[in-house]
Design a protein around this ligand. Structure first.
Ligand code: HEC
Length: 110
């Protein structure tokens, strides 16, 4: 009897910890996703550049091979170039910063 109670108590604790843990982590993920460069990238850029930056669809440049500076990349994302549309009315300045940060990690992620 005592053993059973201990067991069910332990089980409840495990459940509680698990429930709290997953609730927290999904909140964190949503929070991070909204502003995270990767999320912005996957939604807006992967279409042409691919998730790894190399797809080159519609003549898109291989982002992993880009030699542009951060400022130049931000300008292209803001104002567009060629087939690539300007994003200054689509993304906030913060999102553009974040997405360029993400693009800059793609080359190094090989
Ligand atoms: C409609 C397809 C398309 C989408 C969507 C797109 N791009 Fe592009 N991107 C291109 C094309 C095409 C070029 C080459 C433009 C040129 O030089 O004529 C390019 C060029 C670039 C360059 C310059 C690379 C270099 O070295 O010259 C960067 C940086 C870039 N894109 C980032 C992004 C980011 C960040 C996003 C998302 C916010 C994005 N692109 C969305 C098509 C796209």
């Amino acid at each position: 009897m005592a053993l059973n109670m201990t067991r069910s108590l332990l089980f409840s604790i495990v459940l509680l910890v698990f429930a709290c843990g997953s609730a927290n982590s999904s909140n964190d993920t949503m929070e991070a996703d909204r502003s995270s460069g990767r999320a912005v990238y996957n939604m807006n850029c992967a279409l042409c550049h691919g998730r790894d930056g190399r797809a080159g669809i519609n003549g898109a440049k291989d982002l992993t091979a880009s030699t542009l500076t951060k400022e130049e990349m931000q300008a292209i994302v803001r104002n567009g170039r060629g087939v690539m549309a300007p994003y200054k009315n689509v993304l906030t300045a913060k999102e553009i910063d974040a997405v360029v940060e993400h693009v800059r990690t793609l080359g190094k992620a090989k």
